[in-house]
Design a protein around this ligand. Sequence first.
Ligand code: SAM
Ligand code: SF4
Length: 327
Amino acid sequence: MLLDPFKRKINYLRISITDRCNLRCRYCMPEEGISLIPHKEILTYEEMLRIVHVFAAEGISKVRLTGGEPLVRKGIIDFISRLSQIKEIKDLSLTTNGILLKEFAQDLKNAGLKRINISLDSLKKDRFLQITRRDSFERVWAGIEESLRVGLSPIKINMVAIQGLNDDEIESFARLTIDLPLVIRYIEYMPSGNGEEWNKSDILTIPQIKSRLENMGNLIPIPSDRWDGPAKRFRIEGALGEIGLIGAVSSHFCDECNRLRLTPDGKIRTCLFSDEEIDVRELLRNGGSDRDLKEQLLLAINKKPERHPINTHQFKKCQRNMSAIGG
Ligand code: SAM
Ligand code: SF4
């Protein structure tokens, strides 16, 4: 078992497999995109598989693939089918913006992916364009429908709620859970490397969202299971789907943090909001042994901060863009 200095059990690795993306969400990237990591610096799938094998032997049992947009990287289906054969990995998931999901959902399912998180911040076509700078709402919706059709489950929809941008859509998203087996997860807006200027007043806080949802009907709490992470789960009475509330900023869930992140260029990050990075790529490319890799893993775990600093005066935005960290 991997324990950090604060006795937290670390069993979760989020891998950003690419920093490339086919959207330009305002809160994540500027219009012109970000300066990209050169191809030769990006880990190959073989290198990522080796890392996962070594880490899984030490106690990592949960892996999420993210990005950038993970579905734009060629070869992802084969990568997923190889990951899904690692017996210590009990939970394998993917976070996507859904643009390519209609084409990929069946192959993802066949490759062994069971569940999926899809990011969608508006159900309105014009507003989707305003937020992502791409006119692709219908493609994402078709991807959600295809994921339902092929039986990916659960399908979680991540909605970043921002005051004055999409705060009027809280109820419309929740209403989707009444007839569809979707999990709608509301996420507080966080400060990120290259997104638009972030102000605390732009956050629609989880308590604000919860009180809006309570006006819609009886919100029944659902006990968390071991793969839930920081989301607090609810169901609107009689609904097929669920609601998840993730208070990344307002409520510290650092006490329960179980994760490490791997960037596309092979750095382990100890916290979304810390620029502390431990390199594993050079080790991999210079004949490092599995034991050396394990040592880097233990080093990273030992450096995990007790909590993120967003609510303190020491807070500064992290140097890396969200798309190279994986959100
Ligand atoms: N491109 C994929 C997507 O959008 O699902 C995966 C990578 S994206 C960085 C992962 C998640 O981070 C998305 O759900 C996105 O909405 C979220 N995210 C990005 N910037 C954020 C911010 N400033 N605050 C809150 N969530 C953010
Ligand atoms: Fe791309 Fe995801 Fe960032 Fe949007 S949030 S720009 S889809 S990486």
